[in-house]
Design a protein around this ligand. Sequence first.
Ligand code: IPE
Ligand code: IPE
Ligand code: MG
Ligand code: MG
Length: 331
Amino acid sequence: MTSMMRTNTELDLGIIAAPVAKHWDRAEQILVEQFRTPPPWLERLMSDRAIFGGKRLRPLLLLLSGSACGDIREGHLVLAAAIEMIHLATLIHDDLIDGATTRRQMPTVNVEHGPTNSVLLGDWLYAQAFVLAARSQSTAAVDALARSIRSVCDGEIRQHYCQGDFDLSLDDYLAMIEGKTASLCAAACEIGAIMSHATTDQRAAMASFGRHLGVAFQIVDDILDLVGSPERMGKTLGTDLANRRVTAPLIFALSCEPPAIRARVRRMVDAPTVDATGLLSLIEESGALQLSWELAKRHCRLAQAISRQVADEAIAQAFVLLTEFVAQRTY
Ligand code: IPE
Ligand code: IPE
Ligand code: MG
Ligand code: MG
């Protein structure tokens, strides 16, 4: 995890990644190699996006899960690099959709190179990720990867159609984030298990760990979109309210006690233009942020319960630390 060592993420995630640290350099090398080959335009569009920044959460999940179920081999490393490429593709497309200007402390591809290049570069990354994944010679792993991308797209499409739907239920929101975010985390864990020839039960347990962690991760992301530090996060925040996205904090604020605050929130979201500052202070006043943190922590506890099934103590401990990281992250 060379790149991770260069960022401000090293302290927490560096410790969590310790049990799989000896595999990072090779996984990172495979990732970087994908961008060091022609075509020449690729290097210009990518600049250092693949190499710098990013928490490398999905490769970490894949390697931890692989270690929980057996030994790490070249196939794990290839797929760890592939899943980070897929994640990167989703970010590039997502930034275009959200109108974000900063990602991983850098201008987004859309800002620097426009929408056409964003679409095509994202597509290129998806394709190259599968070229790489095929090297693992595991049909089951490639299948899990493809299915997770389908779920990401499904979640993003749902989100698009729910834009401005302030009656969205908490269950619908959870289903949406399970698709757009948790499915890739679940796939990372499941693929780690597949490549370690895990039993069906182990595979399901690992996938479930990743899914709960991913749900918690996105709920926290949605809280931080409102109250996080853009410098610390290294990306554009505030895009959810600006795009009339209904996330956990808003759902809780729309159903909060007392009714007077609830009614004020409703009036604000029904107004023709969003007063983001006013809405944010109402959300804070309503107690919705706290309820959102609690919901995220509930999913972290569900993930933690699964990590108790892991026999290897160091890996089980890393899983627990990961849930704690997600439950209190600021970036
Ligand atoms: C950002 O993911 C997109 C979400 C699912 C919220 P990360 O927060 O893992 O992004 P990087 O990889 O660290 O940049
Ligand atoms: C996007 O969710 C999740 C993806 C599928 C990329 P967000 O839109 O909240 O992610 P950020 O905040 O831009 O990283
Ligand atoms: Mg976004
Ligand atoms: Mg976000």
